[in-house]
Write a protein that binds this ligand. Structure first.
Ligand code: MN
Length: 293
């Protein structure tokens, strides 16, 4: 059997994290059979940290946090003021994750989640590297791992492939910084679903499972069979979280940034149960047949 904790992104359930929404998110996540809830730190600051931490414990859920920076608060900028605003957001993210009892903070931590008007400059790259070194030190004190999510070219000009992430992680040289791969983005940028996983090996620390249309798993073009086999080949035992977005559930900041313009699904519970089974079955088959194909 696979040993991976399976998670779901909160935006499958709710567009905000008010106390009322958080209660529903935690209960539904548990009801659908997941082990992990991933909370996006975008959007209005309505989260009750103590309540959220208690609800996760009550439902026996591990908790991870994710976010991206913005063009006016960007550690890969050449403008020191803009870099400082980006650092403040990262520090806040680490502190929120710690307050929630979480041990993972990931996403586009190295720059803005945005379509950049040009390529990353050498000075911007140096700023991002130096800032990540500082934030990794803070995270280490809080027992938190930082995940650098590799995303497509329309959401970052810095990390579009696993190899680019590995290069940045080498330069940051901190023990608590890992690669975060997402099949939706890999489908756009990588040559296949095997080589990036093998290249990461033990430095792969978090995984997002998303379909090419960000809807129901199995309705798009992603070769999940290949990806699950690659995970089995490196004996990946970390968290695997389902990510899906539809205009049924909207967080204005995140939904608009990700260009979620249409309805891919309407029934969150049906979608989530289907996704959990899809992931569990794929991982199980890959683990059982490892070395035989
Ligand atoms: Mn993702």
């Amino acid at each position: 059997m696979h040993k991976n904790p399976l998670g779901v992104h909160a935006l499958v359930w709710a567009g905000d994290l008010s106390p009322e929404s958080t209660r529903m998110v935690m209960a539904q996540t548990r009801r659908a059979g997941f082990d992990v809830i991933e909370l996006s730190l975008h959007g209005p600051k309505v989260m009750d940290l103590a309540l959220t931490r208690d609800l996760a414990q009550e439902h026996g859920l591990q908790l991870s946090c994710s976010r991206g920076l913005t063009l006016d608060a960007d550690i890969s900028s050449e403008d020191p003021t803009c870099v400082a605003r980006g650092m403040a957001i990262l520090e806040e993210g680490v502190n929120i994750t710690a307050a929630l009892g979480g041990h993972y903070f990931g996403g586009i931590l190295y720059g803005a989640m945005a379509k950049y008007p040009g390529p990353l400059s050498p000075a911007g790259r140096a700023n991002a590297t130096r800032c990540l070194q500082q934030i990794a030190e803070l995270a280490l004190k809080r027992n938190i791992t930082l995940g650098l999510e590799v995303v497509n070219r329309y959401e970052s000009n810095q990390l579009n492939t696993a190899l680019e992430a590995l290069d940045l992680i080498d330069r940051v040289a901190a023990p608590n910084v890992v690669v975060h791969l997402d099949t939706y983005h890999m489908n756009i940028e990588e040559a296949d679903f095997t080589q990036p996983v093998l290249a990461c090996g033990k430095r792969l620390g978090y995984v997002h499972i998303g379909e090419s249309n960000r809807g129901y798993l199995g309705t798009g073009t992603i070769d999940f069979k290949q990806f699950f086999h690659a995970l089995a080949m490196i004996d990946y035992q970390g968290v695997i979280t389902f990510e899906s977005f539809s205009s049924t559930v909207v967080n204005e900041v995140l939904s608009n940034t990700l260009s979620i313009w249409r309805n891919l699904w309407t029934d969150s519970m049906d979608l989530a149960i289907h996704a959990r089974e899809f992931m569990a079955n794929g991982l199980h088959a890959a683990a059982q047949s490892k070395g035989t194909i």
